[in-house]
Design a protein. Structure first.
Length: 231
């Protein structure tokens, strides 16, 4: 995913994947839980079944303005041989303004077309290089991002609540490609790598189940931060 703050402020709550192959990793003992193949299949099925996730974000400094987001994950492939997850995420956002109100950016009015964006991201998640996996409440995560950006007085409300499974690494290990289009402008293509990646879920229960499965996959693939890694 990319820079967390930029993603949050631009509704970029998604992860995706392009194909890269890695060497197979040794399997853990049978009594350590589901096999890597079973775990990866579970992750693939849960992501593929989710469909579109939608929410509305409002900001305390923009009364009456609704920021809408629609995200879906497709082309999901969880490859146990490569210990990697490949996904393509589509994100559409729009801004609804109160009647008679206009937005201004850089001293210029923003057209209706410019209030709509379309973004497609393909990403690879190499579980062997993932160090930590958490489940975040998107509203809390967004408010934290505004505070860290120097806007602690801006309070964000996300309706309905949505949840973000976030994968962390010390280095930029998540390679991907993004295609972004604002309004009727030509798409902007970019190859990126990030230290974080993730998937948005409509309910906390599913987010926790997938995060647990991803953590198991990370451990089976040899990822995760251990005391040995820290010293």
């Amino acid at each position: 995913m990319r820079n967390l703050l930029t993603s949050i402020l631009a509704f970029g709550f998604v992860a995706g994947a392009c194909g890269q192959q890695g060497a197979p990793t040794p399997s853990k003992p049978a009594d350590s839980g589901p096999t890597l193949a079973q775990t990866m299949q579970f992750i693939q099925e849960k992501l593929s079944q989710q469909g579109q996730v939608a929410w509305v974000q409002t900001l305390s400094n923009q009364p009456g303005v609704n920021h809408r987001a629609f995200v879906s994950v497709g082309d999901v492939m969880a490859d146990p041989g490569a210990c990697a997850l490949y996904t393509t995420t589509t994100l559409d956002t729009s801004v609804d303004l109160p009647k008679g109100k206009n937005l201004v950016e850089g001293g210029r009015p923003v057209s209706a077309d410019d209030l709509r964006t379309h973004k497609v991201e393909t990403y690879t998640t190499p579980f062997k290089q993932v160090e930590k996996i958490t489940v975040e409440n998107t509203q809390d995560m967004t408010n934290q991002a505004y505070t860290e950006a120097g806007y602690p007085d801006v309070k964000v409300t996300v309706t309905p609540p949505v949840f973000y499974v976030k994968l962390w690494a010390s280095n930029a290990v998540f390679p991907g490609h993004t295609s972004s289009r604002k309004g009727k402008q030509a798409p902007v293509q970019k190859d990126v790598t990030s230290k974080t990646n993730g998937i948005t879920f409509r309910d906390e229960e599913t987010a926790n189940k997938v995060a647990k499965a991803m953590t198991h996959a990370m451990e089976l693939c040899g990822g995760g931060v251990t005391k040995k890694d820290l010293f």
